[in-house]
Write a protein that binds this ligand. Structure first.
Ligand SMILES: Cc1cc2nc3c(=O)[nH]c(=O)nc-3n(C[C@H](O)[C@H](O)[C@H](O)COP(=O)(O)OP(=O)(O)OC[C@H]3O[C@@H](n4cnc5c(N)ncnc54)[C@H](O)[C@@H]3O)c2cc1C
Length: 306
């Protein structure tokens, strides 16, 4: 019910105008999105890097339905990567890419070609690309693209979602030398046939996956704001003798900034996921619609900086 209300609101331009101009919304947007253009992204990146944080930038796009949109998204990433390198912000800043924004839903080959062009530009800029993970119907296609991209661009990173039943096994596959894997809980509404449904089951899966990655030979990227999971990550780093350059924590821009600073102050690598782009409205609404529990997630972030 709540989900369909949010989705209906996401489609309404009247609601968009109302939401976009409401004072609270502007605060929410400013808190979670760097801004609309490349310059805004650079400004926010510079500030985060000056605070000792690493960054991964996500160019926000609406659901890409044409080849022109997909190519325009690719081109924005190419522009961004050149600008980051020119500003001396690489390798501290890398980019996160959604294959759906590059055309995956209607032309997998086009999405792959676009992703490869971004990987080439990232190499030239002295940094890396991480492929975001979307709903479970795209997991195989995204992991196939990753395998192909890693042949020429071995540092290309993957995202695995602990709520999926398959993920512990995917972690085993991807725990080898040179493999960069971001482990998150997962943000989409998924059926019981493929995903754990309770928070407890998801957390237990996260810990099992974290153990596989931290005991493996790759580079784990622990993406969570959950204090218990962060503490377990710190514990396993000691247990498996992983120094600060051998794994990292990741959190979203605007969420628990004090905790991000604390971990960076302890000497850990902490990477902030920084979205920017015109389509911030769709981004925020889709987050809420995918998982209405995120209403509380954003609400908590506004109420607390901890
Ligand atoms: C860097 C990054 C990249 C991501 N990439 C993807 C992706 O590619 N695909 C995907 O499906 N999902 C992605 N996600 C989203 C992720 O899957 C989760 O939906 C999201 O991170 C919320 O899960 P959580 O682990 O933070 O824990 P939650 O279950 O949301 O929260 C657990 C606990 O964390 C604490 N907490 C959470 N938020 C706050 C807050 N605002 N203030 C204070 N305490 C808080 C609270 O104690 C809370 O009980 C990404 C997340 C991050 C951080």
């Amino acid at each position: 019910m709540l989900r369909s209300v949010i989705l209906a609101a996401a489609r309404s331009s009247r609601v968009e105008r109302l939401v976009a101009t409401a004072p609270l919304t502007r605060d929410v947007v400013r808190r979670f999105v760097a801004g609309t253009g490349t310059d805004d992204a650079l400004r926010a990146t510079r500030a985060l890097v000056a605070d000792g944080l690493a960054v991964t930038l996500d160019y926000l796009g609406e659901d890409t339905v044409t080849g022109e949109q997909a190519v325009a998204t690719r081109d924005e990433y190419l522009t961004l990567l050149r600008a980051l390198a020119a500003a001396g912000l690489t390798p501290a800043a890398e980019v996160s890419v959604k294959l759906s924004a590059l055309g995956q839903r209607f032309d997998e080959q086009l999405a792959y070609d676009n992703a490869r062009a971004i990987c080439v530009a990232a190499d030239q800029a002295g940094t890396t690309v991480t492929l975001d993970m979307e709903d479970h119907t795209t997991t195989d296609s995204t992991l196939d693209a990753l395998t192909k991209l890693r042949k020429d661009h071995p540092s290309t990173g993957a995202v695995l979602q602990a709520y999926l039943r398959r993920t512990e096994s995917d972690c085993r596959e991807l725990a080898g030398v040179g493999s960069r894997v971001r482990l998150c809980k997962g943000a989409y509404s998924e059926p019981e046939s493929v995903a754990y449904q309770s928070a407890r089951e998801v957390d237990k899966s996260y810990v099992r996956c974290l153990n596989v990655l931290m005991s493996g030979a790759g580079y784990p990227m622990l993406a969570t704001h959950d204090p218990r999971l962060i503490a377990i990550g710190e514990d396993r780093a000691r247990w498996f003798d992983r120094g600060p350059g051998e794994f990292e924590f990741q959190m979203l821009y605007g969420i628990r900034p004090d905790e991000q600073a604390r971990l960076a102050g302890e000497g850990y690598t902490v990477r902030t996921y920084l979205p920017y782009g015109d389509d911030w409205y769709g981004y925020l609404m889709r987050r809420l619609a995918e998982r209405p529990a995120n209403l509380a997630f954003f609400g908590r972030a506004l109420a607390s900086k901890k």
